[in-house]
Write a protein that binds this ligand. Sequence first.
Ligand code: GMT
Length: 376
Amino acid sequence: MKIAIVCYPTFGGSGVVATELGLALSKRGHEVHFVTYKQPVRLETISSHIRFHEVNVPEYPLFHYQPYELALSSKLVNVVKNYGIELLHVHYAIPHAYAGYMAKKMLEEEGISIPMVTTLHGTDITLVGNHPFYKPAVTFSINNSDIVTSVSKSLKEDTLKFFEVRKEIEVIPNFIDVSKFQQKTFTDCQRELMAHDDEKIITHVSNFRKVKRVEDVVNIFFEIQKKVKARLMMVGEGPERESAEKLVRELDIRDRVLFLGQSNEIDKILCFSDLFLLPSETESFGLAALEAMVHSVPVISSNTGGLPEVNIDKFSGYLHDVGDVEAMSKSAISILEDQEVLVKFKRQAREAAERFDINEIVPMYEDLYEKALVKA
Ligand code: GMT
């Protein structure tokens, strides 16, 4: 099948999922065309089965805001016509579902009928899409997609709660290529580069937006390091990084905390991590938690959104109420201070991650594509 995937090319989870899905589909014989404003970060291989089409929005003095949706829908029309694309799969409703729908309508004028699958990822529903500025357009785009998917049961419930949706929403969880990450020993991971043998490594990876509660990460670590020798790796970039750095300075733990910025080496960092912290305000799925778990890293997370569907309480880690720094610290310490407990949680984290293996999940998308083609 010839599929056009629209996504954000940046470090966010929706772009990562869309890119990994496209790569997996191409390996299964489909021809995948990525349409976005920059080459997606994880799209390292371009082959005859993978193409990238850049959306350009030329500057013009009249435009206070560049009309990206317009450029995207025009690009989609051209890509569909030039490459005989059979299906559009748009990730993140804003503005991709809207632009996709416009492309579909323009193509219809030319006698080309093409189905559109929309995957909802989280903040397009829970934070941004729900705002009155966007809500009518998001509702319209969801209702006019041929098939709608959400990455967790919780996100499906939120969508039905916040929007007047007339469409069935199929839950297809995010996934991970389990075989790519075979269990490694500490020596494979060059752990000694980051910490002494007697120190535990705690990691947080995010885009440092308010929703990630990075100050909670620092506060939890502050409590942990009082009881267990440890270091904190803060990976990512975003608006809350400065306040987190300031807090680290105020708590006088600068020698124990490393801000690594955006990294293409997440796998290496997770390989030598002992514990992952994700105390987010909301998280439709928590791909970062799943990526940690597949590396056998237990997760301390908030008990919110889709996180309980990924992180199993008292098995792959612990879940506590949003903002309950005390409980999160206690649970973290209980895992870290006893080597036997840590080894058990590491094994269980990996086991819990295996439920989301790419080979189980990608065929679910293929089945939906078939359904969408029949409908169109
Ligand atoms: O919040 C992020 O890190 C980025 C955001 C995105 O859309 O790129 O992530 C959302 O989609 C991810 C992939 O499906 C989910 O794993 C994240 O939980 C979700 N983020 C939120 O709901 C806050």
